[in-house]
Design a binder for this molecule. Sequence first.
Ligand SMILES: Nc1nc2c(c(=O)[nH]1)N[C@@H](CN(C=O)c1ccc(C(=O)N[C@@H](CCC(=O)O)C(=O)O)cc1)CN2
Length: 286
Amino acid sequence: MTAPRQFRLTLACPDRLGIAAAVAQCIVDHGGWVQEAHNHAETDDPHFFMRVAIEHASLAPRLDDFQRAFEALAARFAMRWSLADSARPKRIVLMVSKQAHCLYDLLGRMQAGELPGQIVAVISNHPDLRGLVEWHGLPFHHVPVTPDTKPAAFAEVERLHAAYGAELIVLARYMQVLPPALCARQAGRILNIHHSFLPSFVGARPYHQAHARGVKLIGATCHYVTADLDEGPIVEQDVIRIDHADRIEDLVRTGQDVEKAVLARGLRFHLEDRVIVHGHRTVVFR
Ligand SMILES: Nc1nc2c(c(=O)[nH]1)N[C@@H](CN(C=O)c1ccc(C(=O)N[C@@H](CCC(=O)O)C(=O)O)cc1)CN2
């Protein structure tokens, strides 16, 4: 059963009286039929966040009028907003190094029609996973990264990103640090799966750190990528219990299942326009 086609309106602005009423009125004035609505008022730093799912057929006939009217409303409330069509899946470039578990999972979800987005290509700094990707009928690009070649390598990544018309990069266990300029140009459009329950154990070897520390819970974190390693706004997290008998390889095996589930959930929230970034934090209308 395919999900009903809808527009997803998301917005954020300084909080004040009448925002929700004005938004609802603008939708009704243009025949919009609301199917789902969430809002959140941040009290510490007074800000208002809203996501409204509108039946596509109800608004489509007057879409241009609605967008003009909403632009005027947005100016009145100093709002940042976006309107997405659920029938136009976002184009995704996956990046991976050698570990395949998250790539396998996302390719499987794509194959099963579960992923509300379109994977258009895979980029890796190793050749190892070419066969798996091409078996799924997707283009694979091997872009090696060494300290000397890093600037040219990421220039090639950005060229491919533009060539595929990508709207999202997903780091599915990509083990190279992205340069600040790329992070800035694609702010809010790069997701990473980090194999720890952040802010604990940043870096490339969190399972080793977790084992050494003797923690009883390990986890994974899906976050937007910024120039500051593993510091980006968090979209989704989860944990799983371990114990004294677990060796590092047991943590890696157990953790992989959490990584796959957290990345799939975080990616779906982004693809369904359920995430609004606010400074260093996110509002997620699950
Ligand atoms: N600008 C950013 N780039 C990346 C981030 C990020 O948050 N900001 N996350 C990483 C993923 N990651 C952990 O989740 C991670 C990957 C790699 C390293 C690291 O230290 N890499 C070494 C090389 C390691 C190797 O070759 O195996 C390095 O780049 O020198 C830390 C954390 C993806 N990129």
